[in-house]
Write a protein that binds this ligand. Structure first.
Ligand code: FAD
Length: 307
């Protein structure tokens, strides 16, 4: 029989996890319950339901800049938040296409990250925005970069009994306002809703005053054991005009990082062929946003991408 605890504070949640053998956190339950009901996972011996922990809620704008997302922030909150849509648009793009309205109203940021699916929507946007996690566990609190937290399909580097408390995102761009930034996330999908990424890409760009690329980051979804950032993009694009040629250089680097599998949704060959397309689209949309041009949010997806 599964036992159930409903802590009201982070400290209570951490204590329950430490003292209850086999205890597993449940937030919205949209990954965990589906995994159990579909037979992929046994019911845990004990559930620690964190939905009543108020200190895990809310989107804050710390005085030093950037953003702090409580672990219980839902995809619907993220997709609809004005500051996220303006300055961290890749996250809004991603959360806006998770599942259905019901999934987005229930599924949380912390659950998406801790579940660590290679196809998780928030992974690549968090990577390009340089996000860090606040974790709380029996040994205290610590911070870890998202890139160091995601370890493989369903695996993270969380220590036993650790809770994701919040996600911290640094302010994009320079504090003096001399540059402008934009980010975007695109996903290849076969239908318009209730879909899982076949391939996804996120991009964050910073434009210098003369319109050239001052900085750029790209990350990939569903083409490796975890979402991964593409190394070398910043160096390859710095100082260049944001042209198709420059985007193609980043796309080439991305293809070298991708190691997709074949499954029911796509072959490895097809996924690999779509990586450059996703990267070019994400970069083009990020640049458009950095310039202040209109770019629909979320970025329209299609099952008819052509290289
Ligand atoms: C119909 C449907 C469609 C979906 N579509 C998408 C999609 O398009 N894209 C996508 O990325 N996902 C999708 N999902 C998956 C899911 O909705 C998201 O990953 C969601 O963000 C999970 O959040 P949750 O709060 O429901 O997680 P839960 O199911 O509560 O937890 C997931 C895992 O994370 C752990 N966990 C949860 N919160 C914490 C925490 N604060 N600290 C430590 N561990 C924690 C749990 O123990 C569990 O292992 C879909 C799910 C469904 C049912």
């Amino acid at each position: 029989m599964t036992t159930y605890g409903a802590p009201r504070t982070v400290a209570e949640a951490v204590a329950l996890l430490a003292t209850t053998p086999g205890a597993v956190v449940v937030a919205g339950g949209t990954d965990l319950v589906v995994a159990v009901r579909s037979g992929k996972q046994e019911w845990p011996a004990a559930l620690v339901a964190i939905h009543g922990v108020e200190e895990l809620r809310g989107i804050e704008e710390p005085t030093g800049g950037g953003l702090r997302l409580g672990a219980l922030v839902t995809h619907a909150e993220l997709a609809g938040h004005a500051v996220v849509r303006r300055h961290f648009a890749a996250l809004a793009d991603a959360s806006a296409i998770v599942g259905s309205p019901a999934t987005r109203g229930t599924g949380t940021v912390g659950g998406n990250i801790a579940n660590s699916s290679p196809a998780m929507e928030l992974g690549s946007p968090l990577l390009v925005h340089g996000a860090e996690l606040e974790l709380a566990g029996p040994a205290g609190t610590r911070r870890v970069a998202v890139s160091a937290f995601l370890a493989g399909p369903g695996r993270t580097t969380a220590h036993p009994g650790e809770l994701v408390v919040a996600v911290r995102l640094p302010a994009p761009g320079s504090a003096d306002g001399a540059s402008t930034t934009g980010s975007a996330y695109v996903r290849l999908q076969y239908r318009r809703a209730m879909e899982i990424a076949v391939v996804g890409a996120a991009a964050l760009v910073t434009l210098a005053a003369d319109g050239t690329l001052a900085a750029a980051r790209v990350a990939l979804t569903a083409v490796a054991p975890t979402c991964v950032e593409v190394p070398g993009v910043a160096a390859a694009l710095a100082g260049r005009a944001p042209t198709d040629e420059a985007f193609a250089a980043a796309a080439g680097l991305a293809a070298a990082v991708a190691s997709p599998i074949s499954d029911v949704r796509a072959s490895d060959v097809y996924r690999l062929a779509q990586v450059p397309v996703a990267v070019r689209r994400a970069l083009a949309a990020a640049v458009a946003r950095a310039r202040g041009d209109h770019a629909a949010a979320p970025i329209p997806s299609s099952n008819q991408w052509s290289p």
